[in-house]
Design a protein around this ligand. Structure first.
Ligand SMILES: O=C(O)C1=C[C@@H](OP(=O)(O)O)[C@@H](O)[C@H](O)C1
Ligand SMILES: C=C(OP(=O)(O)O)C(=O)O
Length: 442
């Protein structure tokens, strides 16, 4: 561990009580800035997630010509350049830790006549970019990646780009969105065929901004067709709370005895809400209150009370709808009665860290019984007994915010606490996580 890393011991703590709101949805925040930058006129965004990942996207949009600023009321204002209007940035675009920034922005640049170098931190520089390089090269963009098809890479956009019909080889909303964003400035119809549905924020928001987008079905696959070179209209947006951030509090309140916590304004888009279903199947007590729609997305307040969980076999089909929630689900499984089996999770190996290997190692430091397989983990739960690891073991987070927050939750339900080597990545997606955790356990 380096000396600047912020290590922290998460100690066992009392019930979680009260009512909280989590920050804005990360996926929707990135897209608000990107689509705002593609519209001519002023887009206003309230509830934007002010985490490092989204701020990297904001800086990128500024570097390519949009005016992006925040006012004192935390409303963000984006004055866009219009479809086709991106300017040549003067320096490399640094995406930090954010896969979403990197892949979506590559899509956007791919159909503009500019050349952009994309860089990122040590974690992002290991993640596969071939998945966007393939379709965007078919559209005419030229890539010079690092030797393993990774970042840093240079991208020369194609102008005009060539429309394609692309069948997604991996269930990835980032790849789908990269192709659709490239399609915005491509003449004709760009299609994405999605055999396994993934989060649909790009489709919902593109429509909201006035893009010509049709969604159909072909042999059980979703087909999204976007007509390019149509002007986008600026919008006034409200970003709902991030279900992926609410997840840590849902699991913590479920596991800690005596908890009764309300999490307000949580995005409940069915392509994101898989964790709520899986926790309910395990016996969790999660009540939706006041289900409503905010900014074209379903939202609810969730009241979560302590419950005893039972291990289950998690249906691999739900994976895309809770892809970022598996690390914290593994913590829930470690406290459940009996065995939880997860499968079909190969994608977790190419996130900010290899989340199967990192979580297996992290949970083992807490004494949990975990078997790592190629496509998932099998976990024998304690039946509610606190985790009892070696008191001075330290969890390695490998620059992965979700590992740090999941193991913070594990600390609450451990005998001696859990020492996390580096909490600084939490700021990428949930800057006030530690403050909220203190507030609800006080
Ligand atoms: O499109 C998005 O906003 C995201 C898609 C998912 O990635 P993949 O597309 O790689 O599955 C998810 O893990 C990431 O946190 C955000
Ligand atoms: C995988 C994630 O994000 P990204 O791909 O944007 O780095 C995440 O937030 O869990």
């Amino acid at each position: 561990m380096n000396d600047t890393a912020a290590s922290h011991r998460f100690s066992p703590a009392g019930p979680l009580r009260g009512s909280i709101a989590v920050p804005g949805d990360k996926s929707i925040s990135h897209r608000s800035l990107i689509l705002g930058a593609m519209a001519v006129g002023e887009t206003r965004v309230s509830g934007l997630l002010e985490g490092e990942d989204v701020l990297a996207t904001a800086a990128a949009m500024r570097a390519m010509g949009a005016d992006v600023h925040r006012d004192e009321d935390a409303t963000w204002h984006v004055h866009g350049v219009g479809v086709g209007g991106l300017l040549q940035p003067e320096a490399a675009i640094d995406c930090g830790n954010s896969g979403t920034s990197a892949r979506l922005l590559m899509g956007l640049v791919a159909s503009h006549g500019i050349a952009v170098t994309f860089t990122g931190d040590a974690s992002l520089s290991k993640r596969p970019m071939g998945r966007v390089i393939d379709p965007l090269s078919q559209m005419g963009a030229r890539f010079t990646p690092s030797p393993d098809g990774t970042m840093p890479l240079m991208l020369e956009g194609a102008h005009p780009a060539v429309p394609i019909a692309y069948r997604l080889p991996v269930a990835s909303a980032q790849v789908k969105s990269a192709v659709l964003l490239a399609g915005l400035n491509t003449p004709g119809v760009t299609s994405v065929i999605e055999p396994v549905p993934t989060r649909d924020h790009s489709e919902r928001m593109l429509r909201g901004f006035g893009a010509e987008l049709e969604i159909g079905e072909d042999n059980g696959a979703r087909v999204i067709r976007l007509t390019g070179q149509v002007d986008l209209r600026p919008q006034t947006l409200t970003v709902p709370g991030d279900p992926s951030s609410a997840a840590f509090f849902m699991v913590a309140a479920t596991l800690v005895e005596g908890s009764d916590l309300t999490i307000r304004n949580v995005g409940m888009n069915p392509t994101r809400a898989g964790l709520v279903d899986v926790l309910r199947q395990m016996g969790a007590n999660i009540e939706d209150i006041d289900a409503r729609e905010v900014g074209g997305e379903p939202v609810a307040d969730l009241r979560v009370r302590h419950a005893t969980l039972t291990g289950i076999e998690v249906d691999p089909a739900v994976a895309p709808s809770m892809i970022d929630e598996f690390p914290v689900l593994f913590v829930a499984a470690a406290l459940a009665q009996g065995t939880t089996v997860t499968r079909g999770l190969e994608e977790l190996r190419v996130k900010e860290s290899d989340r199967l290997a990192t979580m297996a190692a992290a949970l083992e430091t807490t004494g949990a019984r975990v078997e790592e397989r190629e496509d998932g983990l099998t976990i024998q739960g304690t039946g509610g007994e606190p985790l009892r690891g070696s008191a001075n073991a330290r969890v390695k987070t490998h620059l992965d915010h979700r590992i740090a927050m999941s193991m913070a939750v594990a600390g609450l339900v451990s005998r001696d606490g859990v020492e996390v080597d580096d909490t600084s990545p939490i700021a990428t997606s949930f800057p006030n996580f530690m403050a909220l955790l203190d507030e609800v356990t006080r």
